[in-house]
Write a protein that binds this ligand. Structure first.
Ligand code: NCD
Length: 311
C-alpha cells in the first residue's frame, strides 16, 4: 500500500488507510530511534527547504531532526531571513524556492491555503506545517500516533477544549479522529467556537465538565492571543476558571484518560501546572513522537514521487 498523494496538505485530503500506513511507518522509524541507530540513508541526496513564515520552535526542529535522521540535505528560510518581509509575493517566493530544485518544501504560513497554492505552482512535494487557522496535518498525525500507542483510535471519546476558532490543530484533529471512528467533542467559550464546526465531524459542548465526562482523551489548546483581533474573552483569569483543565475537572474523565497539548502551553490558563506535569500527561511524548511521524511522512511522500517519475 502507498499514499495516494505526493503532498501532505491536510487531513481533509487523506483516507483512513493512508493514516494507518503513516502511523505504522512511524512505528518502525521510532524503533530505529530506540535501537540507537539514529540515522538512516533513506533520503540521501534529497533536498528539503523548511520555509517558515510564522514563529515555530517545536514543529520546525521536529522536521529538521526528521530530515537529518533520514540523511536529507536541508536549508531553512524563516520569516526574518526571507525576502517575504521585503514585499515579495508568495508566487515569486515559490518560483525562487523552486529554482533551487528541492524535493520537498515544508511550509508554515499565517495564510490558510498557502501550502495548497505552493503545490499548484511547484514540482516538488509540499508539506503543510500549519497554515493559518486551517490545518496542521503532521500535528494531528503525531497526536494520533501518541494515542494509538495506548488505545485503538476507533470508539474513543475525545474532548478538545480551548480556542477552537484559531486552532489548526483542533481542525486537523477533529478531521482525523472522526475519520478513524472516534466521538469528538469540542468545547470553549462561544466566541472561540467557529460557526458550523460540527460539519468537520464533531459535537459542540459549551460546558467543560460535560465535555470531560467519561473522556478517554483530553486535549487542551492554547488561547492564541496573537490571533485575537477583538475582545473574545472577559479575562484570562475568567477563562482559566471556566475552561481551564485542572485536577478536579480531570476526575470526570475516564480513569485511564490521557492529557494532551500541542504546545506551547500557557500554564495556569488552559491547563494547570500539576495536570501538565502529572502522570496522565503525554505532552512531552507528543514532542518525541513528532520526529518519527514526520520521518514517516517524508519517507512515504518520497516513495510517491519516485513511483510517479518511474511511471
Ligand atoms: C500549534 C501551532 O502552531 O499550530 N503548535 C504546534 O505546532 N505545536 C499550536 C499553537 O500555536 O498553539
Amino acid at each position: 500500500m502507498r499514499l495516494r498523494t505526493r503532498h501532505m496538505l491536510g487531513i481533509a485530503g487523506i483516507e483512513p488507510d493512508e493514516i494507518e500506513l503513516i502511523l505504522d511507518t512511524a512505528e518502525s522509524f521510532a524503533e530505529i530511534g530506540e535501537r540507537e541507530i539514529k540515522k538512516v540513508p533513506t533520503l540521501r541526496g534529497k533536498t528539503v527547504v523548511n520555509f517558515f513564515v510564522e514563529p515555530s520552535t517545536r514543529t520546525r526542529s521536529s522536521f529538521e531532526l526528521a530530515e537529518k535522521r533520514l540523511s536529507a540535505d536541508s536549508v531553512n528560510f524563516s520569516a526574518s531571513s526571507s525576502s517575504f518581509v521585503k514585499g515579495e509575493t508568495l508566487l515569486d517566493t515559490a518560483r525562487n524556492l523552486e529554482a533551487m530544485a528541492p524535493d520537498f518544501i515544508v511550509i508554515r504560513h499565517s495564510e490558510a491555503g498557502a501550502p495548497h497554492f505552493l503545490a499548484r505552482h511547484s514540482r516538488c512535494s509540499i508539506i503543510n506545517a500549519g497554515d493559518g487557522a486551517h490545518e496542521h496535518p503532521t500535528q494531528a498525525l503525531l497526536d494520533a500516533y501518541t494515542i494509538r500507542r495506548r488505545k485503538p483510535l476507533a470508539g474513543l471519546r475525545v474532548a478538545i477544549v480551548g480556542d477552537i476558532l484559531h486552532s489548526r490543530v483542533a481542525r486537523s484533529n477533529v478531521l482525523l479522529l472522526s475519520k478513524m471512528g472516534s466521538d469528538v467533542v469540542v468545547c470553549g467559550p462561544p466566541t472561540l467556537l467557529p460557526p458550523g464546526v460540527e460539519e468537520l465531524g464533531c459535537r459542540v459542548c459549551h460546558g467543560v465538565d460535560e465535555a470531560l465526562e467519561g473522556a478517554d482523551i483530553v486535549m487542551a489548546l492554547r488561547l492564541q492571543l496573537e490571533r485575537m483581533t477583538r475582545g473574545y474573552l472577559p479575562s484570562l483569569r475568567e477563562y482559566a476558571k471556566l475552561y481551564g483543565i485542572n485536577a478536579a475537572r480531570l476526575d470526570r474523565a475516564a480513569p485511564d484518560a490521557i492529557v494532551m497539548h500541542p504546545g506551547p502551553m500557557n500554564r495556569g490558563v488552559e491547563i494547570t501546572g500539576d495536570v501538565a506535569d502529572g502522570d496522565r500527561s503525554v505532552i512531552l511524548e507528543q514532542v518525541t513522537n513528532g520526529v518519527a511521524v514526520r520521518m514517516a511522512v517524508l519517507y512515504l511522500l518520497a516513495g510517491e514521487v519516485e513511483s510517479e517519475a518511474a511511471a
